[in-house]
Ligand binder design. Structure first.
Ligand code: SF4
Length: 425
């Protein structure tokens, strides 16, 4: 149930807008989960050795594992304009596609260096798409770290995919967002039990899983960081369904209910499908979240999951919110979660890390959710932290994962309680 003080909501509360130093990974990071999800796609980053190192260390892949991503390294001659980077890119793509016949979709991913030298990847993708049609579809998007955060990589990728979808006037439901397989299957099972048949998911697992879009397409995001994809769907004429995100028992129920109401599913069917898993999730959360109750939490801006997760921690686990920071706030997309936050919450968008650290010291939260770069120094200062990126890589959506989600936040508090006891003993 909502906390009493959340009833007024936070949807029109002032937002502290900050534009200073920010501490986040770049959009290339999302290739790590996207390449696993899109099984016939290859991600070719057009970037520097730094980009290659980021991918290599984030994915932990060894060269002989033939991963479905790589970096076409821009050498100094390219950066200085002494070589024709377009020609070199065409040569690299030709070599890659002759060696890897399994590739059906090739993403040319822009980076900071390719943007700085203004390499026109859109034209390159168009030319290569014509050249390799129909065997390979070539699409470009930017994963650059200039003024972005890591989940925007998926957003930019899906936005580019949506731009190229075929038109269709068929009535259908389209779900946006890459989800771990186990969660993806649970979601489709729930929608099937509700009687929804014409359901597609973006990103598609394989290019044969045809997805089209038009004015009879209803869509809902399963991830809160898909603002540009959301806007592109609207531009393509599709109708958005907005709801709190499917985190926890309440979030999942509200998300499914918004879909059920749009497609005229009866109340009886809805209850028959959701009552039992909802109850199970509520009980499981209750058990795990005892240690979270009445504790305070502070979110640094990182994954763009912050607002829905803050709603979950406050509404379903009884935590107090000191500050909820998010790199970007797309008010239409996260509006239903914002409405459920307590009016007293400080909301911040963007980052000025020093000022935010000052606010953290003043707030002295029991738990701080932040990026890897801040976590260790804050732990050393006695703060209990949770790595935000872990929340993106873990299955946390829908009923069956609700207790796991609560325990991701409970674990660090448990750990620091035990350490305190150890120190006293
Ligand atoms: Fe670094 Fe930019 Fe490459 Fe990301 S895209 S690894 S921020 S140079």
């Amino acid at each position: 149930m909502p906390n009493e003080n959340s009833l007024a909501g936070c949807s029109s509360a002032p937002v502290l807008k900050e534009r200073g130093q920010h501490e986040v990974f770049c959009g290339l990071t999302s290739i790590i989960w996207l390449h696993r999800k899109m099984q016939d796609a290859f991600f070719l980053v057009v970037g520097s050795r730094t980009c290659a190192h980021l991918l290599q260390s984030a994915a932990g892949v060894m060269v002989f594992a033939e991963p479905r991503f790589a970096t076409a390294i821009l050498e100094e001659t390219d950066l200085a304009g002494m070589a024709d980077a377009q020609l070199e890119l065409e040569r690299t793509v030709a070599e890659l596609l002759s060696r890897r016949t399994d590739i059906k979709r090739l993403f040319l991913v822009g980076s900071c260096p390719s943007e700085v030298i203004k390499l026109d990847l859109a034209t390159a993708a168009e030319k290569l798409s014509e050249k390799y049609f129909p065997r390979v579809n070539v699409i470009n998007y930017s994963g650059s770290g200039i003024e972005t955060t890591f989940t925007q990589g998926e957003d930019a990728c899906l936005e580019a995919v949506i731009r190229g979808l075929e038109p269709s006037e068929e009535k259908q439901l389209l779900i946006l967002g890459a989800l771990p397989d186990i969660v993806h299957d649970q979601m489709l099972r729930l929608l099937d039990q509700l009687g929804l048949k014409n359901v597609s998911v973006l990103p598609q697992i394989r290019v044969e899983d045809e997805v089209a879009v038009g004015s009879n397409t209803y869509f809902i995001c399963a991830q809160p960081f898909l603002g540009a994809s959301f806007d592109e769907m609207v531009r393509r004429g599709a109708i958005p369904i907005t709801a709190p995100f499917p985190f926890g028992a309440n979030g999942t129920t509200a998300w499914l209910k918004a879909i059920a109401d749009t497609f005229g599913v009866s109340e009886n069917t809805f209850k028959a499908v959701t009552d039992a898993p909802r109850r199970r999730a509520e009980l499981a959360i209750e058990k795990v979240s005892k240690i979270l109750k009445s504790r305070s939490v502070f979110f640094f801006p990182d994954s763009q999951l912050e607002i829905p997760l803050a709603r979950f921690l406050n509404q379903e686990c009884g935590m107090n919110l000191i500050e909820v920071g998010s790199p970007y706030i797309h008010k239409t997309l996260v509006g239903p979660d914002l409405e459920l936050l307590p009016e007293t919450t400080t909301l911040s968008e963007g980052q000025d890390v020093d000022k935010q650290l000052d606010r953290l010291l003043l707030g002295a939260p029991d738990l701080t959710v932040c990026g890897l770069g801040l976590a260790n120094p804050l732990e050393a200062k006695g703060f209990t932290t949770k790595w935000a990126i872990e929340l993106v890589f873990s299955p946390i959506h829908f009923y069956e994962q609700a207790a796991d989600l609560a325990s991701l936040f409970a674990r660090p508090i448990n750990r620091s309680e035990k350490l305190k006891i150890g120190r006293v003993a």
